[in-house]
Design a protein around this ligand. Structure first.
Ligand SMILES: [Zn+2]
Length: 69
């Protein structure tokens, strides 16, 4: 799934900074936030990615975010 690769690269580029679904969708020009959410779920717990509740580093909104260690 190509979107998964795009999301993985995007999150990895932000490094230890967490990012939320809407920002992932917006930055990657995805039409569907649900798609970004799905990709993020797939990534969580693998390849050093982790999901947790916190503040997004891009939009400052609190919620579920993902980051790469
Ligand atoms: Zn955000």
């Amino acid at each position: 799934m190509r979107i998964l690769d795009d999301v993985a690269r995007f999150v990895a580029r932000l490094g230890p900074e967490p990012v939320c679904d809407p920002c992932i969708a917006q930055k990657l020009s995805l039409d569907d936030v649900a798609l970004a959410s799905h990709a993020r779920h797939e990534l969580a717990g693998s390849h050093g990615f982790e999901r947790f509740k916190g503040a997004c580093s891009l939009c400052d909104q609190s919620g579920m975010v993902i980051r790469r260690h």
